[in-house]
Design a protein around this ligand. Structure first.
Ligand code: BTN
Length: 328
């Protein structure tokens, strides 16, 4: 994708951090008039960029806002291939739906969709995902693993491991994973994953990894129904955080873990997942396809399904559903 005029202006200003850059130089580089440079600077200011302007000297970038736009994110990415193409939106129905459509039209592995807010953010099991503006992370990544569909749930576990690793590296806090892929801090959910797959019987065409991470939202801003069970990194760390620095860590972890999965198969992912989840022996209640099963968690199987032992000693294999831990 060709960088926009705004991205190019920001790139030029960043290349000269301590000096002014004249309007003439910028307009010459971008092949646009000086008036249109001035108009773009005004609209960048409206987005929160502090740009000093002097009639004699030109422009100087003083401070950037914490946006997740390509011009903010790309210069700091530490990945080799993931996130090199960013489709960025101020608002969108759902980044997952957008990424899915992109992938159908040939979007490549590693392309990401990021939005500052979602109008119809989607959660697991048909739920809504709370997606207010400029405070959290709403991200979808296109992956094209050469695997059969029965292995796709391992990609979900892989993404949960990468998210837990990223949270720990970024914050020093120790998250846990609740089967299959809720990320908790304490007993409250800080991140959720919605992964969607497009496949034929024996081959996956693509997977959309959808990740929602509560970053800078204040506890009291959560809707009442989830206030007691949701948290954010800001709330847990007691200070506002840089969303773009979190994204930098998350995409690096995701790329690294995905490469481990492709090279070594599911074993390393499962080992790490078990470490974060500590599920063995926990008393759980699972609601799956309208049926509720109570039992003791035994493990996850090689395909990521939850194995439970019920009261009558029977083992059950659960492939999808909602888990509640019994804390008694
Ligand atoms: C869950 O229910 O725990 C999964 C939530 C997943 C939310 C993310 S936000 C980015 C992406 N786009 C969506 O519409 N959903 C996922």
């Amino acid at each position: 994708m060709k960088p926009s005029t705004d991205e190019e202006i920001l790139r030029l200003l960043r290349e000269h951090p301590s000096t002014f850059l004249s309007g003439e130089v910028i307009s010459h580089h971008l092949k646009v008039t000086r008036t249109s440079v001035w108009k773009r600077v005004r609209s960048l200011r409206a987005l929160g960029y502090e740009i000093e302007a002097s009639r004699r000297l030109g422009y100087r970038l003083v401070r950037s806002p914490d946006l997740l736009s390509p011009s903010e994110v790309k210069p700091i990415l530490k990945t080799k291939w993931m996130g090199k193409t960013i489709h960025y939106f101020h608002t969108i129905d759902s980044t997952n739906s957008e990424a899915y459509q992109l992938a159908l039209r040939g979007g490549r592995e590693g392309e990401v969709v990021i939005a500052e807010s979602q109008r119809k953010g989607r959660g697991r099991l048909g739920r809504h995902w709370f997606s207010p503006s400029f405070s959290n992370l709403y991200l979808s990544v296109i992956l094209r693993p050469k695997i059969p569909p029965y292995q796709a749930s391992l990609i979900t576990l892989m993404a949960a491991v990468a998210t837990a690793d990223a949270i720990e590296k970024f914050s020093g806090l120790h998250p846990t994973i609740k089967w299959p892929n809720d990320i908790l801090l304490g007993n409250c959910k800080v991140a959720g994953l919605l992964n969607e797959i497009h496949s034929e019987m024996d081959r996956v065409h693509f997977v959309i990894l959808g990740m929602g991470v509560n970053l800078n939202i204040d506890g009291k801003m959560f809707p009442r129904e989830i206030r007691a069970v949701a948290t954010s990194l800001k709330k847990e760390m007691g200070k506002p955080i840089s969303r773009k620095l979190f994204l930098q860590v998350l995409l690096k972890e995701l790329e690294d873990w995905y490469e481990v999965f492709l090279k070594e198969g599911g074993a390393s992912v499962l080992k790490a997942w078990r470490g974060w989840a500590q599920i063995e022996g926990k008393k759980v209640k699972v609601t799956s396809f309208g049926e509720t099963v109570v039992g003791k968690a035994v493990d996850v199987d090689p395909y990521g399904a939850l194995i439970l032992k019920t009261g009558d000693g029977e083992q059950k294999r659960i492939v999808a559903g909602d888990v509640e831990y019994d804390r008694k």
